[in-house]
Design a protein around this ligand. Structure first.
Ligand code: SAM
Length: 439
């Protein structure tokens, strides 16, 4: 699996112009400027300029012109402010424009974990699009149709795609719930053994409704449950005839502190990890990779708790439209602690939290950078104007595989057949490749 990881790209490689060659031409891609945002940006910049101005007459004329242009733009777009739910996709598109759905944080950026040598994955947006075409009909046959509290479409696709690409000899999952993720792993690799750790055995859910129990899976569940950090992995590997740990894929969906899980996996010698919930700073019930790497020295990382900052204004605006977006009040705890969740390192479904100092948070990222070979965030399957998802702010995610406006491609891939709710669970699933520091 190691050789597959070859090239260095920051974004999720969706820039290929020839995606359409995979599935025919998509004529529907449209991009338009959002005059309201432009006007308000200029207004805020020039109000600053007007206040500082030293040539009063010229400045007054210039400022009046700018105010007129901004007010006219607001008037033209005022139909967007009538009584429509802010979570209505059309309203969001009207307010932000297609670009605006994802670009507000452009100047601020979104933090990213640096890997040791800048490597990333070798799969491209074309591979992801081909994968989507193949996966949608598989997903439609899932046994657990309503997987509330478990994975939705985006992460199911991500896990399936990664497992199928890496072709591991053994797959380990921590956090099975009713067994949907076990089913996804099985679809990716029909004959590969699975080890599943979960306090409650998925078979228990069968009494109440749909669940999935796999015939080629060793369950450490129910009375046999052992936490990932306490398993004798040498013995498990021996039992499965695994001698090369680079042939094992670990999937974590157990809502534990990801720093703890990364250290445990590294200690056991595992290299390929997927974390289902890679929560953004200020959100979620456990300390995540995304949070760890949110550092002032990373572009887009580090935050200001100043209420009159650009970030505060952007966050306030985004929160109107995206249920999970976080404003400055949600981001910052006492003493302006913004890291983790308001200065806390959360663990175990938010049941076991501890405040951490900024210094400790900083050291955590340095440690993670010292062991990271690859950090790749799964892009959302499609943009919000297509999926009509209303929860996560697309500005805090990498560009979607099927970008906003590509309605034809969205339909051809079969994504239009899925219910909207299956697109609501995206939380930046991440694939990591790790190795000991210095190696
Ligand atoms: C979000 S659910 C998993 C959803 C599942 N992967 C899916 O996609 O349907 C989290 C699961 O983690 C389990 N869990 C709680 N503590 C755990 C631990 N220490 N190790 C493994 N699983 C744990 C919970 O019981 C629950 O079943």
């Amino acid at each position: 699996m190691l050789e597959r990881v070859v090239s260095a790209r920051r974004t999720a490689s969706h820039s290929d112009e020839d995606d359409d060659s995979v599935l025919g031409t998509d004529e529907s891609k449209t991009k338009r400027q959002n005059l309201y945002l432009l006007a308000s940006n200029y207004l805020s910049r020039f109000s600053h300029f007007c206040c500082q101005c030293t040539a009063p007459t010229a400045c007054l004329v210039l400022c009046l012109v700018l105010v007129f242009v901004s007010v006219a733009s607001l008037f033209v777009h005022s139909r967007n402010f009538v009584c429509i739910s802010p979570f209505d996709p059309k309203t969001r598109v009207g307010f932000f424009g297609l670009d605006g759905l994802e670009s507000d944080f452009g100047s601020l950026g979104v933090p990213w974990c640096r890997s040791k040598y800048g490597k990333t994955v070798e799969w491209t947006s074309k591979d992801l699009i081909k994968g989507l075409e193949e996966f949608v009909p598989i997903y439609e046959t899932r046994p657990i149709k309503n997987n509330m509290y478990g994975m939705g479409f985006d992460h199911s696709f991500g896990l399936w795609f990664i497992a199928r690409w890496l072709k591991p000899d053994l797959m380990i999952e921590s956090g099975a719930f009713k067994g949907h993720s076990t089913w996804v792993l099985r679809q990716a690799m029909p004959d590969t053994p699975i080890v599943s750790l979960s306090p409650r055995h998925p078979e228990k859910y069968l009494k109440k409704g749909p669940a999935y129990v796999d015939g080629n899976c060793t369950y450490f569940a129910g009375k046999d449950f052992v936490d990932f950090g306490s398993v004798n992995w040498n013995a498990v590997m021996r039992k499965h005839g695994i001698t090369d740990l680079s042939r094992v894929l670990i999937f974590f969906d157990d809502h534990q502190n990801e720093l703890k899980r990364v250290k445990q996996a590294l200690h056991a010698g595992f290299q390929h990890l997927v974390f289902e919930d890679n929560y953004d700073t200020g959100t979620g019930d456990h300390y995540s990779l995304r949070q760890i790497c949110d550092q002032s020295y990373i572009r887009g990382g580090g935050h200001s708790c100043f209420v009159d900052s650009d970030e505060a204004r952007i966050r306030l605006k985004r929160k109107i439209f995206w249920e999970k977006a976080v404003d400055i009040d949600g981001l910052c705890g006492p003493n302006e602690a913004w890291w983790g969740v308001r200065g806390w390192m959360r663990d175990n479904f938010n049941h076991s939290n501890k405040p951490i100092s900024y210094e400790e948070h900083f050291q955590n990222s340095r440690f993670v950078e010292s062991i990271l070979d690859v950090y790749w965030e799964l892009p959302p399957a499609a943009g919000p104007s297509l999926t009509h998802q209303t929860r996560y702010d697309p500005a805090r995610a990498v560009s979607p595989i099927v970008e906003d406006g590509r309605y034809g491609l969205f339909q051809r891939l079969g994504l239009g057949r899925l219910e909207t709710s299956v697109f609501n669970g995206y939380t930046q699933m991440v694939y990591l490749q790790i190795s000991q520091p210095g190696s």
